[in-house]
Design a protein around this ligand. Structure first.
Ligand code: SAM
Length: 240
């Protein structure tokens, strides 16, 4: 039996809720929500009346332990976050780990999440990519950026609108101003936009266009150096 379902909820467009999400939200004993008010509004809209309990990162260890005890007695839970997929830059990871450690099963439902449409809309290579989530705000921020200088895979960042220009400038400094990138704003919503260009072009664009709403920043990886014929031969035969 499954003790915990992670249920994605819309990131803007309410039609993105899946049929399976509706079914699970109705059938579990308790819905755990990051914010019971936000989720309460969603459930009302979906015409689901099920018991709701808050689950936040504050005191997450203790909360997870208590929930696991209840699961052992047979209660089944669904975890939702304010928007998108729980545990993706949102609370959930700790609970998932506790449930697995206790020998019980979890199921994450597929569904809305911001980084997948952002990555694909960017038009940048997506056969290999890294999800970086939010950069640290202060401590460790530069170290994290510097560690990505040699990254050849496309990078996906979550970012708040008021920090975007600062981030674009810091990335331009580390990766060069010519690096291709894309800012995806208000995904799935009425005013969705995906602005593509070099880091320099994006900095210029957003200096004259006020930024509002939620944002995903996708940045091309470092161009892979094509090995010259000489280098290939040297690598193959172990000589310079
Ligand atoms: N769990 C969510 C997910 O699966 O995408 C992410 C939660 S995180 C706290 C919130 C961030 O996700 C925002 O700051 C933004 O970077 C991104 N995001 C969420 N909804 C978005 C949307 N509609 N358009 C663009 N970015 C969005």
């Amino acid at each position: 039996p499954i003790s915990l379902f992670l249920v994605p909820t819309p990131i803007g467009n309410l039609k993105d809720i899946t049929l399976r999400a509706l079914e699970i939200l109705k059938s579990v004993d308790v819905i755990l929500a990051e914010d019971t008010r936000t989720t309460g509004i969603l459930l009302k809209h979906l015409e689901i009346s099920n018991s709701l309990q808050s689950y936040h990162i504050f005191n997450e260890h203790k909360a997870a332990e208590k929930l696991v005890e209840r699961m052992k007695k047979g209660e089944v839970f669904a975890l939702v976050s304010d928007a998108g997929t729980p545990a993706i830059s949102d609370p959930g990871f700790l609970l998932v780990r506790e449930v697995i450690t206790a020998g019980m099963e979890v199921r994450s439902l597929p569904g809305p999440t911001a980084f997948v449409p952002a990555l694909i809309n960017s038009g940048l290579p997506n056969d290999r990519f890294v999800f970086e989530g939010f950069l640290p705000h202060k401590k460790g921020r530069k170290t994290r950026i510097d560690a990505l200088v040699e990254e050849t895979r496309t990078m996906v960042f979550y970012e708040s609108p008021h920090r975007l220009i600062k981030t674009l400038k810091q990335l331009a400094e580390a990766f060069g101003t010519d690096r291709q990138a894309c800012v995806s704003r208000e995904l799935t919503k009425l005013h969705e936009e995906n602005i593509r260009g070099t880091l320099a072009e994006l900095i210029e664009y957003y200096q004259t266009h006020p930024l509002k709403g939620e944002i995903v920043l996708t940045v091309a990886g470092k161009a892979e150096q094509k090995e010259s014929r000489e280098e290939k031969r040297a690598a193959k035969y172990g000589q310079k």
